[in-house]
Write a protein that binds this ligand. Structure first.
Ligand code: F0G
Length: 472
């Protein structure tokens, strides 16, 4: 059969020119930013792969929806539209909008976690765990071992290890576990999906122990794509039907709508329990805004409602994940060590293996992200020891098994040519990897340190990338 490629299911109506810079300018910019890509000014960035969060291109329909913003303080028409759409596609009874995902995480943690509680989950996420800890809880990782192995080709590396979960319940007791936090796909594992079979089994185990199951639905649409493609029995199911089925096994969700839902700002908390939903509607007034706007403008609610309906379309999700796979294939063919199989929202370079000459104490992923920026103006994100922070009990640095640089692909924003340019830069750095040297931390914020930490090169030259011969 002849090959049939996917292509973007849209054409481009408006363009945003990109800023071109020289390597010398970028060297200065990253030094000023303390070798932290979060601290770069976006005008100094060429291809911005820092995150897929809030960086989507909205459709003409969404922009038209923005003009239908009903900016009433209470009872905005757009809230009712959003409520109807979330109920239709996610299937939960109650919907409380929030300004973004962490607003929902904050409320959920505050409502359910008591000091000393333990919250199991399939790998931590930074803001999720921070809110669990702020509420006095502790996160316990019960993801399967394959998730920590960058080279394992297992199709559902986001899956929960049910034995680990049972052992945890036996150790701390179900009464100390307010809920299970199930993330689909798993961001820090490389965007790895969870199978429906596993979700069903986790749900059954939670029911048996009387523990609530809360979904982090931030990338559940991408997870649905992988289920359709990889899990026997679902090939003929629509993305919307799979998404509904995922949610049907859970008691509610937090969602950062800045990812799958194709908006620049927004989120929501969903609950099936009437009493809990009542409490959430009380809390949201204190922290976000009235329960019919949750810190968002009416126009944002409308864009979110329309974005959700677009997000579950087959051709959209095919091209979205297809573009990530395209970049992954280029790097894999060149021998660059990346987390395999390629996940839903980005490519995760295995920095510990890429820079195997560098000790973990010199933050290889942070150094590689800085070097990549100098080489080509591509902005990536560290997802390793800096992101993992310190152990809440001992205060020691956590060195997670995965020391990664994330090339996160915004939705509907970049073209295949941008992916080519990105791959060429990563491959050139890989071929010249001995020219990358490590970093030491010079400033460490108390919370979520990766956002604002500052570094300096350990090399006597004061450089993180020796450019002689590398780059252009
Ligand atoms: N859960 C997951 C799985 C996430 O990836 C994020 C955000 C959140 C919750 C928090 O949502 O940012 O809307 O408050 N992830 C972004 C990222 C920041 O770059 O991966 P938020």
């Amino acid at each position: 059969m002849s090959r049939r490629s996917w292509a973007e299911p849209f054409k481009i109506k408006m363009v945003e020119p990109l800023q071109m810079t020289t390597p010398e300018e970028r060297e200065r910019a990253i030094a000023e930013a303390g070798y932290n890509t979060f601290l770069l000014r976006s005008r100094d960035v060429y291809i911005d792969l820092l995150t897929d969060s809030g960086t989507s291109a909205m459709s003409d329909r969404q922009w038209a929806g923005m003009m239908l913003g009903d900016e009433a303080y209470a009872g905005s028409e757009n809230y009712y539209h959003l409520e109807e759409v979330v109920r239709r596609y996610y299937g939960y009874r109650h919907v409380v909008p929030t300004h973004q995902g962490r607003g929902a995480e904050h409320m959920l943690s505050r409502m359910l976690i008591k000091p000393g509680d333990v919250v199991p989950g399939n790998m931590y996420f930074t803001t999720t765990r921070a809110h669990q800890e702020l509420a006095g809880g502790r996160f316990a990782d019960v993801i399967c071992d394959a998730a920590h192995d960058a080279s394992s080709e297992a199709p559902f590396k986001g899956n929960v290890d049910l034995e680990k979960f049972e052992r945890l319940v036996a150790k701390v007791g179900a009464a100390r576990i307010p809920y299970f936090c199930l993330q689909c796909c798993v961001n820090m594992a490389g965007g790895q999906p969870v199978s429906l079979g596993n979700i069903e089994a986790v749900s059954a185990a939670c029911r048996r122990h009387g523990i609530r199951l809360m979904l982090d639905a931030t990338r559940a649409v991408e997870n649905a794509w992988f289920i359709q493609q990889r899990e026997p029995g679902y090939a003929s199911w629509s993305i919307a039907d799979i998404l509904l089925r995922i949610c049907s096994f859970t008691d509610g969700c937090t969602n950062s709508a800045k990812k799958d839902c194709l908006v620049n700002i927004g989120g929501f908390l969903c609950l099936n329990d009437d009493a809990l939903a009542e409490e959430a509607r009380n809390l949201v007034v204190l922290f976000e805004g009235l329960h019919t706007y949750g810190g968002l403008a009416g126009r944002d609610l409308e864009a979110m409602a329309i974005g959700i309906t677009e997000s579950v379309r087959q051709e959209h999700i095919h091209a979205r994940v297809g573009q990530v796979e395209y970049l992954g294939d280029l790097l894999t063919r060149a021998g660059v060590p990346i987390v395999r199989p390629v996940g839903g929202h980005g490519i995760f370079i295995n920095a510990a293996e890429f820079l195997d000459h560098m000790p973990r104490e010199e933050f290889p992923a942070q150094a590689l992200a800085a070097a990549l920026y100098i080489d080509s103006g591509v902005r990536a994100m560290e997802r390793g020891a800096v992101s993992a922070g310190r152990d809440a009990d001992t205060g020691k640095n956590i060195y997670p098994s995965l020391e990664l640089v994330r090339l996160t692909i915004p939705r509907r924003v970049y073209t295949q040519a941008h992916m080519d340019v990105t791959a060429e830069s990563v491959i050139s750095l890989f071929e010249n990897r001995s020219r990358v040297s490590g970093l030491r931390m010079t400033f460490e914020p108390k919370y979520l340190r990766f956002f604002q930490a500052r570094f300096e090169p350990v090399h006597p030259s004061g450089r993180v990338l020796d450019r002689a011969g590398a780059g252009r």
